[in-house]
Design a protein around this ligand. Structure first.
Ligand code: GLC
Length: 617
């Protein structure tokens, strides 16, 4: 076609003219073509290289900085070129809805992508048992219960649902799973551990596959975080953020295998632990972070510090240039400041300019961070995929959570009182944890510490489940304190245990016994002569040795989350209990730390759990 040919020949002449005139082809070509890093068909490695070549030191230092949403508005975040924003536990928009979360995060993305290079942020939140910061999310059993369930396939599915609900709100980075191996049950984070031996965390690290999906770029995928590296569950006395005083051999044998497994699962990030190892804070330990994690384990994702974690290196309040230098040179790639991000940015920049932090370290950190952002598809799809919100807290998701509750129940004693008859029964339910969504969900639920409250989140309490399961001719009475109990009742169910806590606020150095309210209740029920089933809702084994002889049945329910009816499914025998202890149950806290193979005789051994002899309908 003459026109086309003519056009082409004209263009050829023009190009020749430009070249002859010494005008580089690039400006004309770049005038129309996008920079390579914006080309989704280019390799991630090439996109990272191209982008980094365009970044200033301010850009690169900003990428290594994570601020809390309360510290930086979208405009401030973009001005500082922050690489990430997080929600600390309970740091939520108002209203606390998926739509409001998406609006909040999309505002950060709009500001970030409106800058010169348009590098999107990655938003992080603690989805540790579902997207637990958001009202209406499906809240799964905490890890201690999933360890007892011993069903990695189910845990992978839990990861996928958690990712789905997390991504639905615009959060593309979950600070989960905790792969800690809790060795002393007095530790406040015992419930975040799958079990007291590495095998439990190794088996359940498959949750990473669920969280990160088939490909990180899938709409429902989120970046997972193996945490906390390393030794958080091994501190002396179970002291949260304390000192893990063990040999390198024991560190490798007990606490390292879950991280090796996480790397094998392709985990995208690792969070460093607050604890010290033999007196040196992990956050400043180059041997652990660079030699062991990145070198020996070959971890190629990026390393993030914990909250204020670098502040603790010198044991003094606040962070110093020396601590920034030590933490970044140790191998930390992104620092969860989380508030004084301007001071951090200025300090790190100064440390680079004075040569104390080599540019090669900054470039390595940026390459790791940007690689994950490209793999997540954040450059192509920075905004929330709101189509996912239709499944948020769905019945289908809750059904999976209820199955996880069933499988996590551990039957520890049964003198024939279980399963409960559904028909023609008279059941007295008592205890502070029988009808309290907050207590059964535990910490990291809506707020950092969690909270008591009958209906703080939607779902079913254990009492709801017992009432719903009652059949023809059955009466169910509830009184928290057991008032009204008499011999007309055929069985009593006392749901006792702990109220919510998180981290150090859950440390119990002074004993693991029941509180006064629970002790009074057990005494009252014992005096009534009514056969009693004790159900413990707790983040760890409790000292119930003195109460055990006076009850006919004992079930460890752990922290079941939003679908408490799953506990009733086991009490009624609709599900024949399969749970097995992933923690040795101590006779008392005097035995702590007590773990499989240490020669001590607990009340119930690791791996113990009963079933009903015949399946009941
Ligand atoms: C907390 C926890 C860590 C969590 C982080 C962000 O202090 O140690 O597990 O991911 O801060 O909330």
């Amino acid at each position: 076609m003459p026109l086309l040919r003519t056009t082409r020949s004209l263009r050829t002449t023009a190009l020749a003219g430009l070249l002859l005139a010494g005008t580089a082809l690039a400006p004309m070509a770049s005038a129309t073509a996008a920079p390579l890093y914006k080309n989704p068909r280019a390799s991630v490695a090439d996109r990272v290289t191209d982008l980094m070549a365009r970044m200033t030191l301010d850009d690169k230092v900003g990428q290594m900085t994570q601020g809390e949403r309360g510290a930086a508005t979208p405009a401030q975040s973009a001005a500082a070129r922050l690489g990430s924003i997080l929600s600390g536990g309970g740091s939520t928009p108002t209203p606390n809805t998926p739509a409001a979360w998406a609006d909040m995060i999309d505002a950060y993305q709009k500001a970030a992508t409106s800058t010169g290079l348009g590098i999107p942020i990655i938003y992080g939140s603690d989805s540790v048992h579902g997207h637990n910061n958001v009202y209406g999310a499906t809240v799964f059993p905490h890890n201690i219960g999933l360890g007892a369930a011993n069903d990695p396939r189910l845990v992978e599915k839990i990861g996928a649902i958690t990712a789905d609900e997390t991504a639905a709100t615009g959060v593309k980075w979950a600070f989960a799973p905790c792969l800690c191996v809790a060795r002393d049950d007095r530790w406040g984070r015992t419930y975040e551990s799958y079990g007291e031996v590495p095998a439990n965390a190794v088996a359940n690290s498959v949750v990473i596959e669920g969280l990160q999906g088939r490909a990180l770029g899938d709409p429902t995928s989120v970046l997972a975080t193996a945490k906390h590296f390393i030794g958080d569950g091994g501190t002396t006395g179970g002291d949260d953020q304390g000192n893990t005083q063990i040999s390198l051999e024991e560190l490798r044998r007990i606490h390292l295998p879950p991280f090796r497994a996480a790397v094998a699962h392709g985990v995208g990030s690792v969070m460093i632990s607050f604890n010290s190892w033999n007196g040196v804070k992990d956050h400043g330990n180059k041997f652990l972070i660079t030699d062991l994690l990145k070198g020996e384990l070959g971890f190629s994702g990026f390393v993030v510090s914990d909250w204020n974690g670098i502040d603790q290196i010198d044991g003094q309040e606040g962070f110093t240039a020396a601590e920034v230098k030590q933490a970044v040179n140790a191998g930390i790639d992104m620092v969860m400041v989380p508030y004084d991000y301007q001071k951090f940015v200025a300090t790190l920049k100064a440390e680079v300019l004075n040569g104390d932090v080599p540019m090669s370290r900054v470039d390595d950190a940026n390459r790791r961070i940007l690689t994950k952002k490209f793999e997540l598809g954040l450059f192509e799809r920075p905004y929330t995929d709101r189509s996912l919100q239709k499944d948020f807290g769905s019945a289908a998701h809750r059904a999976v959570a209820r199955q996880a509750v069933r499988e996590s129940q551990v039957l520890l004693k049964n003198d024939g009182v279980l399963p409960l008859a559904k028909q023609n029964n008279k059941i007295f339910v008592a205890g502070k944890n029988a009808n309290d969504m907050g207590n059964q969900a535990g910490g990291w639920t809506l707020t950092w510490q969690g909270q008591s409250g009958e209906r703080v989140i939607p779902g079913t309490t254990i009492l709801d489940g017992i009432k719903a399961g009652a059949g023809k001719g059955t009466v169910v009475t509830y009184d928290r304190a057991g008032n009204g109990i008499d011999r007309s009742y055929q069985v009593a169910v006392a749901v006792v245990g702990e109220t919510p806590y998180a981290e150090g606020q859950g440390d119990r150095p002074n004993g693991l016994g029941l509180d006064a309210e629970d002790l009074a209740l057990v005494g009252k029920l014992k005096a009534s002569g009514v056969p009693t089933v004790l159900v413990t809702v707790s983040g760890r084994p409790l000292d119930i040795s003195a109460q055990l002889p006076s009850v006919k049945g004992l079930v460890a329910a752990w922290l079941p989350g939003s679908e408490g009816a799953g506990v009733a499914d086991v009490l009624y025998g609709d599900y024949n209990p399969t749970g097995k202890l992933s923690f040795t149950w101590p006779k008392s806290s005097a035995q702590e730390p007590i773990n499989a193979g240490d020669g001590q005789q607990g009340l119930f051994p690791y791996g113990y759990g009963l079933s009903y002899r015949r399946h009941h309908r």
